[in-house]
Design a protein around this ligand. Structure first.
Ligand SMILES: *Cc1c(COP(=O)(O)O)cnc(C)c1O
Length: 385
């Protein structure tokens, strides 16, 4: 693709920082790990950060260390990345899908209560596309019903809700540093919490269930290898140091898109601002108007790709994924999720995207949106991938 959907932004000095680690004998569980964790905790305004090998590993450690187990129900959105529901399934818990609200595409707080049963243990609040969810309402509901709150802030590093960083509100918050996220460690993630016991449990679980005092072959419980190497941590430290300028750049790109697409018919743009919240821009997702079918959206995506402009279908709902077809407890009615996901279109979005490239993306999109309604249904190729 000439213009990719996303691209990592790694500076020469960051490559140097990784190379320096490789000249030491400490490639895992060294000082870069503790430095990265301290820097993360400080930036996020929380007590403890536990770095792990991916955001998915972080979600799984939350489930395990918060005691979510077989038959427990976990309330999750379906309009999100599949890892959110997978983490519950890893512990034989049941993901219970709740619809999203159309403005921010976050879980609809007004629909959560109806999904709570005697078996409900937790709510996973995802800050979709970097827009903080309505935390105060959700935290109140959780308190009333004695439920745990896991914040999935994997798309929202640096986002804020009422002046505090998203991810720091729940019993635990999860972050991810895959190359398409705001900051990257290659692969990687972190869990944050105020609870020192929970943090210690997660540190043990990520390292094969070894307790701090255990010798290397002493395992207190069933654990995993969810460690993050010193090279990944070195990159994370340098990326985190410049996160403010990264987030400013991403917001600037979102504003340029907004300005150029605002006059276009046929699409709805993502909110640029939300009351009491600061958005941390993860992706730029527009929604095609109601009269576009999913097949027409897919046609626009494939035509953009044919021109060398990569676009994405963020998100295909989890409850419609083949892997979830036989999943119990998932036959919910999710009309907003199904309607909106069929019209979502993610445009190229990364730090180094240039204005001339944005111009080209917008011009192509505008042209294809005019053409799409006139394409015969038989000419629309079924979605792939
Ligand atoms: C990226 C992401 C994750 C974690 O992804 P990994 O690839 O495992 O790091 C989890 N949840 C959401 C919503 C995400 O977008």
């Amino acid at each position: 693709m000439r213009i990719p959907l996303s691209a990592p932004d790694v500076l020469e000095e960051e490559i140097q920082a990784i190379a320096e680690v490789l000249r030491t004998p400490h490639l895992s569980l060294g000082s870069k790990l503790t430095d990265f964790e301290h820097a993360l905790a400080k930036y996020l305004g929380t007590e403890h950060a536990v770095a792990v090998s991916s955001g998915t590993a972080g979600l799984h450690l939350c489930m395990r260390s918060l005691g979510i187990g077989p038959g427990d129900e976990v309330i999750v959105p379906s309009f999100t990345f599949v890892a959110v529901a997978n983490a519950a399934c890893y512990e034989s818990a049941v993901p219970v899908f709740v619809d999203v609200e159309p403005h921010t595409l976050n879980i609809d707080p007004g629909r959560i209560e109806a999904a709570i049963t005697r078996r409900t243990k937790a709510i996973v609040v995802v800050h979709t596309f970097g827009c903080p969810a309505e935390l105060s309402v959700i935290l109140d509901l959780a308190r009333q019903h004695h439920l745990l709150v896991i914040e999935d802030a994997c798309e929202a590093t640096g986002a804020e809700y009422e002046g505090h960083k998203a991810g720091a509100f729940g019993d635990a918050g999860v972050f991810a540093f895959y190359p398409n996220k705001q900051i990257t460690t290659g692969e990687g993630g972190a869990v944050v919490t105020r609870d020192p016991k929970l943090a210690a449990r997660m540190r043990s679980l990520r390292n094969q269930g070894r307790a701090e005092t255990d010798d290397w072959f002493q395992h207190s419980e069933l654990g995993y290898n969810y460690r993050l190497s010193e090279m990944n941590c070195a990159l994370g430290i340098t990326q985190l140091r410049r996160i403010d300028s990264i987030l400013r750049r991403r917001e600037q790109i979102a504003r340029i898109y907004h300005r150029k697409l605002n006059l276009l018919g046929h699409i709805k743009l993502p909110p640029l601002e939300l009351s009491r919240r600061k958005i941390s821009w993860f992706v730029y997702v527009v929604r095609l108007a109601e009269h576009f079918s999913q097949a027409q959206r897919d046609w626009v995506v494939s035509e953009m790709q044919r021109r060398g402009i990569d676009c994405g279908r963020y998100f295909a709902p989890i409850h419609l994924q083949p892997a979830y077809r036989s999943c119990i407890g998932t036959r919910a009615q999710l009309p907003v999720t199904e309607r909106e996901s069929a019209r979502c279109l993610a445009l190229p979005f990364f730090n180094r995207l240039e204005e001339a490239q944005i111009d080209e993306v917008c011009a192509s999109l505008s042209e294809l949106l005019e053409k799409a309604p006139r394409i015969e249904a038989s000419a629309l190729r079924p979605a792939s991938g």
